[in-house]
Write a protein that binds this ligand. Structure first.
Ligand code: F6P
Length: 364
């Protein structure tokens, strides 16, 4: 086996708190072993454009609590590089060529589902020595029980719900809160349950309007004069779900964020008409991805980072370092790509929602 002298690292996809802690976690053990670390800027775009920075001890200290990513990020895919004049081009070969010219012996890619896919693509097209780490506030990466960023995103959304509670109660209103999460409901479900929401709507459980209305009417009849409805950005009605299934059997889960906002607006109007309570909408948006990571995310990112460095030192590549049953295990990247971790009807959080009489917009 060729000895490892130089490793590249990049962050890709939407940013999240904990990225810098993970970079630091990778860097320190490698630096101790005399391995050079090169930071690739703005995700895979930096590999294609050859934009790199040295990551020495100076650059990687003081990072633990810093939000965002010192490397920058983008959603650029090596095989679908956006051109200035419009359209896309496959730049995989250039990315592999640059990797070789930089003298890299391995590449660590930190990102969500898309990043796992892009990393695997490079792995099967010439950059064999790849290790990935799962990050995203959405918590939807397949093969890991949890991603870093999720805990912070949930804490931010939960704090917002706590604050909305008091103003909802003062004004006797129904507050609808739009939460991120892409096409999964982990963030809305976690923050909604922790924040004591009355209704939580997630993409995996297309809702029935009548279920929502009767849950809110029930509260009114119990003289509870305010309500909190958490809506995941990918949530949709059962009718919409059926319509989309008809449109295309494979594409219905494709991202359409504007649609999420429309869902919340329409629901707000419907609740006013049918329940007779004033409604207000709050969209949390990118606030959920900003700022310092929670202690839990700092620890998770640090542990994932150091475990990834350990893999490098052992010369084990082709894995995503994952959390399973409270332990850290390398999962073959091939087993992760093209899959998503969805909320299922039998998962613990849904059982809790049922026991707490939180409406999911469907009969549970
Ligand atoms: O994946 C993280 C995430 O914040 C999703 O929750 C959301 O759907 C998406 O990114 C937003 O993307 P952008 O940063 O491109 O607006």
């Amino acid at each position: 086996m060729k000895s490892i002298g130089k490793i590249g690292i990049l962050t890709s996809g939407g940013d999240c708190p904990g990225l810098n802690a993970a970079i630091r976690g990778v860097a320190k053990p490698l630096q101790q072993e005399g391995i050079e670390l090169l930071g690739i800027q703005d995700g895979f775009r930096g590999l294609i454009r050859n934009k790199v920075i040295p990551l020495g001890k100076k650059e990687t200290s003081g990072l633990l609590t810093v939000g965002g990513t010192i490397l920058g990020t983008s959603r650029v895919k090596p095989n679908k590089y956006p051109l200035n004049e419009g359209g896309y081009e496959d730049r995989t070969e250039l990315a592999v060529e640059n990797y070789r010219e930089l003298g890299l012996d391995g590449l660590i890619c930190i990102g969500g589902g898309g990043t796992q896919k892009n990393a695997y693509h490079l792995m099967t097209h010439g950059i064999e020595n790849i290790i990935t780490l799962p990050k995203t506030i959405d918590n939807d990466v397949y093969g890991t029980d949890v991603t870093f960023g999720y805990d912070t995103g949930m804490a931010i959304a939960c704090e917002a719900i706590d604050r909305l509670h008091t103003t909802a109660s003062s004004h006797h209103r129904c507050m609808l809160v739009d939460v991120m999460g892409h096409n999964t409901g982990w963030l809305a479900l976690g923050a909604g349950l922790a924040g004591g929401a009355d209704v939580i709507l997630i993409p995996e459980m297309p809702f029935f309007e009548e279920e929502i209305i009767s849950a809110l009417q029930r509260r009114e009849s119990q003289h509870k004069r305010f309500s909190i409805v958490v809506v995941a950005e990918g949530a949709m009605s059962h009718e919409e779900f059926l319509f989309r299934q008809d449109l295309s059997k494979t594409d219905w889960k494709k991202r359409d964020l504007k649609y999420g906002e429309k869902v919340t607006r329409n629901l707000g109007k419907l609740i006013e008409q049918r329940v007779g309570i004033e409604t207000r909408i709050t969209t949390l948006g990118h606030l959920q991805r900003g700022g310092i990571p929670t202690p839990r995310d700092r620890l998770l990112a640090s542990r994932l980072g150091t475990e990834a460095a350990d893999l490098v030192l052992k010369g084990k590549f082709g894995y995503m370092m994952a959390v399973q049953k409270n332990g850290f295990i390398p999962v073959p990247l091939a087993d992760v790509v093209g899959k998503k971790k969805y909320v299922t009807a039998d998962c613990g959080l849904i059982r809790t929602a049922k026991h707490l009489d939180v409406s999911m917009g469907i009969p549970l």
